[in-house]
Ligand binder design. Structure first.
Ligand SMILES: Cc1ncc(COP(=O)(O)O)c(C=O)c1O
Length: 370
């Protein structure tokens, strides 16, 4: 079987260093808010070339804490609107609604699948205060255009960088392309921990200070609580594991890009629509390689690939506005988002996938006749 994602092999490539990291933490006797987390925060901030990084429990919390902090700082108010792509993983939307803010869902661009900047201005109302740009599938959103819109309308510009660690736009990393960014280090991400983990990055010292406080019970000094905060900390073990893998992230992303290039060149089946080539090198770190196949053929394609021992995953089968969790929006119509959800399928891609497997995926895809 060609696995969709061979997490075990990905992590076993660092086995010795991960075991050493575990031993280091075990022997330190210090498991929360210690040296590993501080070191990772410094190292990830340096990698993103950003001034502040705060390790948190997961990617959803990272985004949610950004909104919560802006509310506490008076930069946002309850019921303010946040522009966000309709075509995203539900966590982007949950971070907004969890904080009593209102998402304004925007259709994606047909080629990039990311938020379409051309559709934003017509949705802006006096209550619109922020854009949450998602770098979906690893492809950097149209940040230059979004920055222009944000400046013109005085909107905060926040990145959901959960799927795009290390991606670059004009030489600048994700995490340093907006006012603040939320990262997930869920195990399957390009930089993945061995459990849940996340981080916020920002160049805003006040935002960093508030998040540093609220992710730890609203307290910077033990037992003194300045905000009604929460517990969303990155733990020492996950930070130590991430420190092992971070120095190799660029190599891992380059490896993924090489696979994506092979797919883009090799798959020539008119039934399979390939993702657009990235505009610049590393502006897509190929967290996923999503192809599109006509809606009525997708199940047959999945079965065909499975019969040929190729595992695939749909990202994602149901858009947020059609989920039970958001029943009040189920009547809304976002035709492009819905079409993408009905047609998309992710082919295997990872930094440990051998070339024979890549060639086999290409060969099998090219022989699909519908
Ligand atoms: C686009 C996007 N945003 C946010 C998240 C949330 O990250 P986590 O699973 O670490 O909470 C994910 C995770 O899968 C994601 O894909």
């Amino acid at each position: 079987m060609i696995p969709f994602l061979d997490l075990k092999s990905i992590n076993l490539a660092y086995e010795q260093q991960l075991l050493e990291a575990f031993t280091r933490v075990l022997h330190s006797g210090w498991y929360i808010k210690g040296q590993e987390v501080s070191a990772f925060e410094k190292e990830f901030a340096a990698y993103c070339e950003v001034q502040h990084c705060i390790g948190v429990a997961n990617g959803l919390d990272a985004l949610s804490l950004i909104f919560e902090a802006y509310l506490l700082m008076g930069r946002l108010h309850q019921n303010d609107e946040v522009l966000v792509p309709a075509n995203t993983y539900i966590a982007s939307i949950l971070a907004i609604t969890r904080n009593g803010l209102k998402p304004l869902l925007i259709e994606p661009d047909e080629l990039t699948y990311n938020i379409n900047p051309a559709l934003i201005e017509q949705q802006i109302t006096p209550r619109t205060k922020a854009i949450l740009a998602v770098h979906l599938y690893g492809r950097v959103a149209e940040m230059s255009q979004l920055r222009e819109l944000a400046t013109k309308h005085q909107l905060l510009l926040i990145e959901d960088a959960a799927q795009a660690q290390g991606a670059l736009l004009n030489g600048k990393r994700t995490g340093n392309l907006g006012d603040a960014a939320g990262f997930s280090f869920y195990p399957g991400k390009n930089l993945g921990a061995l459990g849940d983990a996340g981080a916020v990055t920002t160049n805003d010292p006040l935002l960093a200070e508030v998040i540093t406080s609220i992710h730890n019970y609203g307290s910077k000094i033990k037992y003194e609580n300045e905000f009604p905060g929460t517990n969303s900390r990155l733990d020492e073990l996950q930070a130590a594991f991430l420190r092992v893998k971070l120095p190799d992230l660029d190599n891992a992303n380059t490896y993924r890009s090489n696979i994506a290039e092979k797919y883009l060149r090799g798959i020539i089946n008119p039934l399979i629509k390939l993702p657009a080539k990235p505009a610049m090198e590393m502006s897509n770190v190929w967290h996923l390689f999503p192809v599109r196949i006509q809606y009525n053929m997708r199940s047959a394609f999945i079965k065909y690939l499975n019969d040929h021992h190729i595992q695939t995953v749909i990202h994602y089968p149901v858009p947020p506005h059609k989920q039970k969790a958001y029943a009040a929006w189920n009547h809304l119509s976002f035709p492009l988002t819905e079409a993408i959800h009905e047609e998309v399928l992710s082919l295997p891609i990872s930094n440990v996938m051998p070339d024979e497997m890549v060639q086999e995926v290409i060969r099998v895809c090219n022989q699909f006749v519908g």
